[in-house]
Design a protein. Structure first.
Length: 127
């Protein structure tokens, strides 16, 4: 199920929820990601590093920041209408992203695209 994180930023729910993970990040990291997501909702660039992650899927991006202990990541699907879909949030401990984190993001992307297609079909039938 997809649910709103306030406004129109949405998170997936495979395993540990992206919102829960993001909420557990240190305050400075949460602030950086929260501010960046809010800026992107408004059509602005994020306030932290970002890069495409086409290995997960088309239109998927990753926000990146770090503190002195670890690297933090938020993987999200580009804006669709006025919504950003946060697929996964995690701490990265090594240079390479753990395969499990990539699989979680891919699974959530599949859920989001399935739900968006279903919504489009249902909206089309109502008209």
């Amino acid at each position: 199920m997809i649910y709103s994180l306030g406004g129109r930023v949405c998170a997936g729910t495979v395993g540990r929820d992206a919102k829960d993970v993001l909420s557990a990040f240190p305050a400075a990291i949460k602030s950086t990601f929260g501010y960046s997501l809010r800026r992107m909702q408004k059509g602005l660039l994020p306030d932290c590093d970002a890069r495409r992650t086409e290995s997960i899927g088309s239109g998927v991006w990753e926000l990146k920041t770090a503190d002195e202990l670890t690297w933090y990541r938020v993987i999200y699907l580009k804006r669709i209408g006025d919504a950003l879909y946060v697929l996964h949030a995690f701490e990265k401990t090594g240079r390479k992203t753990d395969r499990r984190d990539l699989e979680i993001a891919k699974s959530r992307l599949k859920m989001v695209t399935t739900q968006l297609r279903t919504k489009e079909r249902n909206d089309g039938q109502e008209n």
